[in-house]
Design a protein around this ligand. Structure first.
Ligand code: ZN
Length: 154
């Protein structure tokens, strides 16, 4: 089977392979320090909090909130030429780390900072599944609840 995915792909290395193997299995895993339990991302060989080298790969809930959100209209990379406008979001994960991703499943005008999201893996090649995020159905604010909130505040 040939999959024509022309956008940049991660280069798997010894240090990041567990992240991508888990993602392929639709699990969001990050390093957790075995000394202080700090969950960290991006991947690093040492804990930024306590400097321990001991860590384990820990499965996260996949839940978080939108910490920051923008829509790209400019083509910065020709591989994304057909995608503009597309969104880029920084996700504040429940376990602490933040990661860049995209919000999928809704028009770019819908997601708002503070919205609850859940990870959703998008398989782009036979080896790589990218962690994207969807608005959480149970906890996400809808356009209606935004209006309700502003009415409540007045
Ligand atoms: Zn630590």
């Amino acid at each position: 089977m040939t999959m024509d995915y022309l956008k940049p792909l991660p280069t798997l290395t010894e240090s990041n392979r567990p992240f991508w193997v888990a993602a392929h299995d639709e699990r969001l895993c990050m390093q957790r320090c075995m000394s202080c339990q700090h969950v960290r991302f991006p991947i690093s060989h040492v804990c930024p909090r306590c400097l321990s080298y001991q860590f384990e790969w820990h499965e996260l809930s996949g839940r978080g909130v939108i910490y920051s959100y923008i829509v790209y209209h400019q083509v910065y990379n020709q591989a994304f030429k057909l995608d503009v406008p597309y969104n880029v979001a920084m996700i504040q994960l429940e376990e602490g780390p933040r990661m860049y991703s995209n919000i999928i499943g809704v028009p770019n005008s819908v997601p708002k900072v503070g919205d609850a999201v859940e990870v959703a893996f998008e398989r782009v090649t036979s080896e790589i599944a990218l962690p994207r995020f969807r608005l959480a159905k149970a906890h996400g604010r809808t356009a209606d609840s935004h209006q309700t909130s502003s009415m409540d505040a007045s």
